[in-house]
Ligand binder design. Sequence first.
Ligand code: AHR
Length: 515
Amino acid sequence: MKQLSTFLCLFLISFGVNAQENNKLIIDAKSGGVVINKNIYGHFAEHLGRCIYDGIWVGKDSKIPNINGYRTDILNALKEMKIPVLRWPGGCFADTYHWMDGIGPENKRAKMMNYHWGGVVENNTFGTHEFLNLCEMLGCEPYISANVGSGSVVEMTQWIEYMNSDKDVPMANLRRQNGREKPWNVKFLGVGNESWGCGGNMTPDYYVNLLRNYSEMAGIYGQWKLQQIGCGANGADYNWTDVVMKQRPGGMSGLSLHYYTIAGTGWGDKSPATGFEKKQYFSGLEKALKINELVEKHSAIMDKYDPKKQVGLMVDEWGIWTDVEKGTEEGFLFQQNSIRDALIASVTLNVFNNHADRVRMANIAQTINVLQSVILTEGDKMVLTPTYYVFKMYSVHQDAKLLESKMISEEYEMEGKKIPALSSSVSQDINGNIHLTISNLNPDKEAVLSVELVGKSFDKVKSASVLTAPEYNSFNSFDKPDVVKPVDFKNFKKTSASTLQVTVPSKAVVVIEML
Ligand code: AHR
């Protein structure tokens, strides 16, 4: 359990609030020393299945409305969701990717096998220019994952020079020849992906030596402006974090962590994305909540070697991984998305917000048509998933000040297993507005919650909305795209100058703005 501020502890002791009391959210309105980095709301797009091709990119000659080859509907939806950062080109794909194959005239680009994902041939139509221009159009930061598994230091440093140099040097000149005068000034560089697995099957000791080598050269070629992100652990592999943190290079400003929610009820089995049973609903949420323990334990190791918290924990792959949709290619990882997944997103984002002192970036996997997507496409149709709406509702937390809070919650119990029903996080934006995001995981019972602001009173609730669904496994389809969609929320009342009572519906996410 995260350390509470002294202020909150004193409050809890002196006012006798204890774990017996049902549903109370206590907020330290005087806190706010930590900013919730907007990049916690980041995304990930790999050359995998229909994420890039069909999802983001259809090409200029497509009948699907597009701007220079990018789907117009997707551009608009991602902008509206306020996407802050996008990771590319993988994933496992990144450690087989050779960036020079993806530049220059489209018809001259080399083809390659996508060994990891469906064994398809990648024609490299979507390459460095297409990705970085996309980020410019979206107004988000690009996060490039460099190839350590099958690449070289030379290949990486040339890529850095190509993307970021404004000098009269070979790679910047090649970029100019390819039609782009100004550098893109990429800020985030991942040094390898899952180097313990698909990125090279390395031990942490072996990897950290490579990391030191790549990092030094990335620093020199990138003029120490790039934020380098070292490959971090797979879930609960704390030894990986320990070894890498202990021997990390000075240029490393972030360490990644990957954690996927596998919602089956047996060992390692997955759940379907739709039509699942309540047991699989519960299991998904129970496993998603594990992220809190992972963040806290990895952070504790990081604290040991980096007490000033200079290195960020970047959870650059997370989300629910279900069975693929029937009739779709196994290796394309195409899955639907339900209210369960929206709740998984909401509790996970609450955990990241509440640990914003260490968590500086996170990237849900993956933006479109792959795993826990925010958008699905089929031909010219597009559907916004329940997870999309959570990101949109939670965008109020981007770059806001975290207010320390303590949730005391009733439990949601299933077959003898228990999880807290309620989850929350709270922030204050530059205009002084306080935003609460609260989710109720119980699919059968609403929860009455009393919210208390300590150290401040508030005038009124300015706005509120709720995302819920008819059933615990409801989803949005191409035929019925509006089954799970946020609507205005009114089920609250101000009970004193600093307290609010909120009735959170079952299986729901609520966002409240107060001033
Ligand atoms: O997101 C799908 C895959 O999951 C990524 O390519 C890899 O990094 C992870 O194992």
